[in-house]
Design a protein around this ligand. Structure first.
Ligand code: CMP
Length: 138
């Protein structure tokens, strides 16, 4: 079944010049880019996007990080797009969880600087796509 997911290339990925690598892997997997732009994230969007982490010890530094520089935001579509991208990304912790061969496994070292974000469920994808690409909604 075709799905849509929100993919972010976080400020560390953009800063390190890994945009082409991430997009290349998405395309070679067979997923399709529906929308994509480079943008600065304001504090309000960051708080809404990460609302489920409000109150956690890393919340404030996560907000600072995600607003610290441009990110690439993309709508990615295809069969099982949500889990397909999460497989490409690897586990949240680049060393403890992400397998070698995944984006985080190959390019990451620290959990905060983990290069990319992908929606983790159909419900999250719906919520996040509305936040980041409101113009796409019918
Ligand atoms: P992401 O998939 O974007 O969703 C939540 C983010 O919080 C996660 O990736 C990490 O970047 C970050 N995160 C999760 N756990 C920690 C932690 N213990 N310390 C700092 N950042 C974290």
């Amino acid at each position: 079944m075709s799905e849509r997911t929100l993919v972010l290339i976080k400020p560390d990925g953009v800063e390190r010049g890994l945009v082409g690598e991430v997009i290349g892997r998405i395309e070679r997997k067979g997923l399709k880019l529906v929308e994509m732009d480079l943008r600065r994230v304001d504090r309000k969007l960051a708080e809404q996007h990460y609302a489920e982490h409000d109150g956690k010890p890393f919340f404030e530094s996560l907000l600072e990080f995600i607003t610290s520089g441009p990110v690439v935001a993309a709508v990615v579509e295809g069969p099982h797009a949500i889990s397909a991208f999460r497989q490409l990304a690897g586990g949240t912790d680049p060393v403890g969880k992400a397998a070698p061969g995944s984006l985080r496994g190959d390019y990451g070292l620290e959990v905060q600087y983990n290069l990319v974000h992908g929606s983790d469920s159909v419900e999250s994808a719906e919520r996040e796509l509305k936040l980041w690409f409101p113009e796409l909604q019918a």
